[in-house]
Design a protein around this ligand. Structure first.
Ligand SMILES: [Fe+2]
Ligand SMILES: [Fe+2]
Length: 270
């Protein structure tokens, strides 16, 4: 079995990716048995091994298909019915092979290996992969709605939204050019304000600097703006202005400091 044959596509949901990797275990086990069944008449203990694998494969299949279908239903996946049909086909095929194994037809074990390989390459790598976009879109929407409601977003959620391609999300870095030169979150837009608000008692210089640049007309009323500063106070001031103009916005909790503290990378500015 070459590495290329064993490639398993990322379907965008960690639990399903792990499930799919578990299918490899069955592929390898049945491949081992199929080789022996091809060489000579199988021993009874080898049939016992096949018999013991089947209930586990059955349970795995039903639980995995149920979980996939439930999530597709939850997110209104447009190809749900078609996908359920493909799952049913796989189950029917598996039942047939199970029946043949019960009748001690050794070719069923050989067919089982190629059936599982085809499941991996056709169903997982092609059909399952198609729902990736739907689930990712739903996840981004969930992150965005939560951030808008709470008026803040955690660094983990922002990182995940960036990973997902952040549709509808604008990341605005409000720090000074000097701070930005030390590194920014990749993909953020620079909205440099001159005052770093180190003296938190006197917010006026920052307000003035921000107010001089802020043009509400320049922002997309549909997008969610993630406001970023060093640790939070400047983003809080900017948030008021965005909200006054009915623009969607939230603060990054803990700002760049928290982003770095949690081990996320900054993009160096040339
Ligand atoms: Fe799957
Ligand atoms: Fe599936």
């Amino acid at each position: 079995m070459s590495e290329r044959e064993l490639f398993i596509a990322d379907v965008g949901v960690e639990r399903f990716n792990n499930d799919h990797k578990r299918l490899l275990f069955y592929v390898i086990e049945f491949e081992r048995l199929a080789k022996r069944f091809q060489e000579r008449a199988p021993f009874e203990d080898e049939w016992d091994q096949v018999d013991s694998l089947f209930p586990r494969l059955d349970k795995y299949t039903h639980e995995h298909f149920e979980a996939e279908e439930a999530l597709m239903r939850q997110h209104g996946y447009v190809h749900l019915e078609e996908h359920i049909g493909l799952h049913q086909q796989l189950i029917r095929h598996l039942r047939q092979l199970e029946h043949d194994v019960a009748e001690r037809r050794s070719e069923a074990v050989i067919l089982l290996e190629s059936f599982l390989l085809d499941w991996l390459q056709t169903h997982i790598n092609q059909d399952d992969r198609k729902y990736k976009g739907c689930f990712e879109w739903a996840e981004t929407r969930e992150i965005t709605e939560k951030a808008l409601f709470n008026e803040m977003i955690s660094v983990q959620h922002l990182h995940r939204a960036i990973e997902l391609g952040r549709p509808g999300l604008v990341i605005l870095d409000l720090r000074t050019p000097v701070e930005q030169a030390e590194g920014i979150i990749a993909g953020s837009e620079l909205f440099a304000c001159d005052h770093n608000l180190l003296d938190r008692q006197d917010t006026e210089p920052f307000r003035q600097s921000f107010g001089a640049r802020f043009d509400p007309e320049a922002f997309d009323p549909e997008a969610l703006h993630v406001l970023i500063c060093r640790s939070g106070p400047r983003a809080a001031i900017a948030l008021e202005a965005f909200q006054e103009h009915e623009l969607k916005a939230c603060e990054l909790i803990g700002g760049i400091q928290e982003w770095v503290r949690q081990g996320y990378a900054l993009l160096e500015m040339g």
